[in-house]
Write a protein of this length. Structure first.
Length: 68
């Protein structure tokens, strides 16, 4: 979410792995929304979408609310 209220994509590369056919793996990632000097988080609608091998999966929406 930008200050103008528009959503823009931001890519976070988690890992690069090569798996044999049929093998599975589990990935866990957390992200802090604590205020920092290099990034500003704006309240409102946000979404997360996983991309694996170039294929986008279902988008999950959430609302970021102001602290306090």
């Amino acid at each position: 979410m930008k200050a103008s209220g528009k959503q823009t994509p931001k890519v976070f590369n988690l890992t690069r792995r090569t798996l044999p056919p049929g093998e599975t793996t589990e990935l866990v990632r957390s992200h802090s929304f604590r205020p920092i000097s290099t990034r500003r988080y704006y309240p409102g609608a946000h979404a997360i979408q996983l991309q694996v091998n170039g294929h986008l999966h279902n988008k999950v929406a959430f609302t970021l609310t102001p602290a306090g």
